[in-house]
Design a protein around this ligand. Structure first.
Ligand SMILES: Nc1nc(=O)c2c([nH]1)NC[C@@H]1CN(c3ccc(C(=O)N[C@@H](CCC(=O)O)C(=O)O)cc3)C=[N+]21
Ligand SMILES: [Mg+2]
Length: 283
């Protein structure tokens, strides 16, 4: 078997076309959604992601507000800039690009964001809503994964899903999302404390690799016909390397690859959150 591709790039283009119409409908009511980004430091990867987000915004008709700060920025200065975006009526949603450099604390910064403008869905109040099953912005990568599977007809209800990685932006909230009544999957969350990861992945109908460790999922770890979703991105001199080894293509039925799978979907869900926030503010 050679796995079919879960094409996140193509689906993201479809979603952007849908959002463009919703943005046009808002414009008729005099509302322009605006995405703010706060980028601290000079990590080239972070700069490249943020550039991509603003390119997406331009395509869809969302205004961009870019805040760039040096790595030497103090906590007080960063707090001030976040509070400015909280107050700025042109900014309907924003993100603080993670990880923050040096001593600046990610969780501290996330908590300063107005939960009503939280385009990442990572504010503790919004993560709490996810736990409680209340409506609110959802974390972009988990939402993108669910959307990518759903729109390709991969069933989640009753599925055994093995998630590798318990990070705050992907693994942990993905587990919460997939176990809601509306998704109804059974989730095993593996992490560095898991004794035998392969024992869990082999039972799974769907494997999501979000550890950020190159090629940790190999063909022998995957049940024939399983669906595999690659979330890890490691930059090497040879290019981007995912958490899923290429050998898995011969065993899986579907693969969401790196690049072209979950990454573009994450960006499309950020735009979706911004448009939804603007629609909510418009009433
Ligand atoms: N507050 C915050 N929110 C985030 O959503 C967030 C973040 N911080 N920090 C970093 C991670 C990572 N992330 C990606 C987004 C798009 C691609 C993406 O578009 N990837 C392309 C390849 C891009 C390339 O060539 O580098 C692809 O997979 O096809 C990847 C990774 C969002 N993150
Ligand atoms: Mg830090």
């Amino acid at each position: 078997m050679t796995a079919e591709t879960l094409d996140g790039k193509a689906l993201a283009a479809t979603i952007k076309a849908e959002l463009k119409e919703r943005v046009a409908a808002l414009a008729e009511r005099g509302i322009v959604p605006g995405l703010g980004t706060v980028l601290v430091g000079d990590d080239p990867g972070s700069h490249s992601y943020v550039r991509g987000k603003h390119r997406d915004c331009a395509e869809v008709g969302i205004a961009s507000i870019q805040v760039e700060l040096p790595a030497s920025t103090s906590a007080a200065e960063l707090e001030g800039r976040i509070r400015e975006l909280n107050e700025d009526p042109a900014c309907t949603g924003f993100i603080v690009q993670l990880p923050l450099p040096g001593a600046l604390d990610d969780a501290w910064a996330l908590e300063l964001v107005d939960p009503g403008k939280d385009a990442d869905g990572l504010h503790p109040a919004n993560l709490g809503r996810l736990v409680l099953g209340e409506p609110g912005p959802l974390p972009c990568t988990p939402r993108g994964i669910v959307e990518l599977l759903r729109r390709n007809g991969v069933g989640l209800s009753g599925a055994e899903v093995c998630v590798i990685g318990r990070g705050t932006t992907v693994g942990r909230p993905l587990g919460l999302l997939l176990t809601r009544k509306s998704e109804n999957a059974t989730v095993t969350l593996c992490h560095t404390g898991t004794v035998d990861v392969a024992e869990h992945t082999r039972r799974a109908d769907i494997v999501v690799a979000a550890a950020g460790r190159p090629r940790i999922v190999t063909a022998d770890m995957v049940k024939p016909g399983a669906v595999c979703v690659d979330v890890g991105i490691t930059r090497t001199e040879a290019g981007l390397v995912g958490d899923i080894d290429p050998s898995v293509r011969e065993v899986a039925s579907w693969i969401a690859p790196v690049p072209g799978g979950v990454g573009p979907m994450t960006r499309a869900m950020l735009l979706t959150n911004v448009v939804e926030r603007a629609e909510a503010l418009a009433g």
